[in-house]
Ligand binder design. Structure first.
Ligand code: G3I
Length: 459
């Protein structure tokens, strides 16, 4: 039997451990009252977005709500096939560019919507079939994803390709009639054009475990098994009164396949709207790979569901009970460090080793750079890692290779485009927990070469 002194020391150590563990647990799960949807979601490593119409960016009420509350945007119609390629081979970027520029100027992510869909095709594409349509689809995806390369957080590569009803099979469409492999061809084409965007499959009536969502589940499982590049699944969630009781379980079963899940077009009609918004928000927070929520419009008057008032702000721009419900639900979730915003496993064309790192000091940070290069250009992904204490903001300074000029930056604000450039955090990724990291990136014209970043932080 051990002497009493040893027992006392063991008990004290055990108590200390218990107290330390409890403190760590409290730290990891304590809620913070974010005051806007975007800020609260960001504290929880997620985004909160809205579908936006370019034509409304001159409406001051609309824009003030957008800029105050949201940190992600999906163009409601401006990146669809009929908008971007109204005649074959002739592209119109005006609406999409307006939205992307607004997002970049305000530190918001962009969900691209959508590269291949049976609906909202331009008339010329509707009249194509067979190999001519397949080629047109591949060219369309290549052109659009290349134009927006480096600016898109996630693309809805394929939208609504599964049939409603009991079979769990594909929807008939001109695209489907080009061959069952059209979806994987679309994903491979998108990956080649923008290796850093997350690539999503997006659909509706898939919000619970049903034959349609199971058909998609089987496709995702097959894609993962065969190496078809898919990173995420979007659940549109156009709901009335409530979410299905197995909403969270459905998100989780997809996440378990190794993809992110996102709620992509949320709107909820009906008298129990506020409670349903609460349930959907909590379901996303409960699934670690649920990376964000997008509502399909800002005010009720902006909704495609005319007269159903399914959104978070009334037609005058006032917060509704549903808004408070969402904000409270977000604020109840555990605070976690921002998740990296790049895909976990991109397929870089020519990866370079990250630059060497040193251990970050308490309160400090380190930065490393990974390059993906092609002839005449490169993407740089910069990882900012906090030291042994959390940081509140960071800045990374580096000197670009001679002659290189930055053309796009995501998840950071650059001080310039050539020579020595400082990149500051944006609204949603300044806070990084001890030992955790966040990533930003930029695309440049010129030849990629090793860079030596220095990182400074405030704690
Ligand atoms: O801009 C023209 C306008 O000039 C014209 O006078 C008017 C007359 O019809 O049409 C206007 O365009 C409309 C456009 O919305 C902008 O308001 C189109 O007709 C109309 O078809 C289009 O509807 C969009 C719908 O997709 C098309 O399928 C909705 O705004 C948009 O919210 C909706 O979004 C879809 C997602 O992409 C996919 N999931 C379902 C979701 C809701 O239907």
């Amino acid at each position: 039997m051990p002497p009493a002194r040893v027992l006392r020391a063991t008990a004290t150590a055990a108590l200390l451990m218990a107290v330390t563990t409890a403190a760590a647990t409290v730290l990891a799960t304590s809620a913070s009252a974010g005051t806007t949807l975007g800020a609260s979601a960001a504290e929880r490593g997620r985004y909160y977005g809205a579908a936006v119409a370019a034509g409304k960016l001159g409406d001051s009420t609309y824009v003030s709500i957008l800029n105050r509350e949201f940190n992600a945007i999906t163009p409601e119609n401006e990146m669809k096939w009929d908008a971007t390629e109204p005649s074959q081979g002739s592209f119109n970027w005006s609406g999409g560019d307006r939205i992307v520029n607004h997002a970049q100027a305000n530190g918001m992510r962009v969900r691209g919507h959508t590269l291949a869909w049976h609906s909202q095709q331009p008339g010329w594409a509707q009249n194509l079939s067979g190999s001519a349509l397949r080629s047109a689809m591949v060219n369309h995806i290549t052109q659009v994803a290349t134009h927006y390369r480096g600016k898109i957080y996630a693309w809805d590569v394929v939208n609504e390709a599964f049939a409603d009803g009991g079979g769990g099979g594909r929807r008939d469409s001109n695209l489907q009639r080009t061959g069952n492999d059209w979806i994987e061809v679309a994903f491979r084409t998108a990956r080649a054009a923008d290796p850093n965007a997350k690539l999503c499959y997006n659909d509706y009536n898939t919000d619970g475990i049903n034959s349609k969502s199971t058909g998609i589940y089987n496709m995702v499982q097959d894609f993962k098994a065969r190496g078809v590049p898919i990173d995420c699944v979007g659940f549109q969630s156009h709901l009335t009164n409530s979410a299905p009781s197995d909403y969270q379980a459905n998100l989780q079963r997809f996440a378990n396949l190794g993809v992110d899940v996102q709620i992509t077009e949320l709107d909820i009609a009906g008298s129990t709207q506020a409670g349903a918004y609460d349930a959907v928000t909590r379901a996303c927070l409960a699934v670690s790979r649920c990376t964000g929520i997008t509502v399909w419009g800002i005010r009720d008057s902006d909704s495609w569901r005319t007269g159903q008032n399914p959104l978070l702000f009334d037609s005058s721009g006032n917060k509704k009970a549903a808004y408070t419900s969402v904000l409270n639900a977000l604020n109840s979730g555990p605070i976690i460090s921002p998740s990296p915003s790049r895909p976990a496993s991109p397929s870089p064309s020519s990866p370079a080793s990250p630059s060497p790192s040193v251990s970050p000091a308490p309160g400090g940070c380190t930065a490393t750079v990974s390059l993906q290069t092609w002839t005449g250009g490169f993407n740089a992904t910069v990882r900012v890692t906090a030291g042994s204490t959390a940081i509140r903001s960071w800045s990374v300074r580096l000197t670009l290779p001679s002659g290189a000029v930055i053309v796009n930056t995501w998840n950071a604000a650059p001080s310039g485009t050539s020579g020595t450039v400082s990149f500051s955090n944006v609204s949603y990724n300044g806070q990084v927990s001890a030992g955790q990291y966040t990533e930003f990136g930029f695309q440049a014209d010129g030849n990629g070469a090793a860079m030596s970043p220095t990182c400074t932080a405030t704690s």
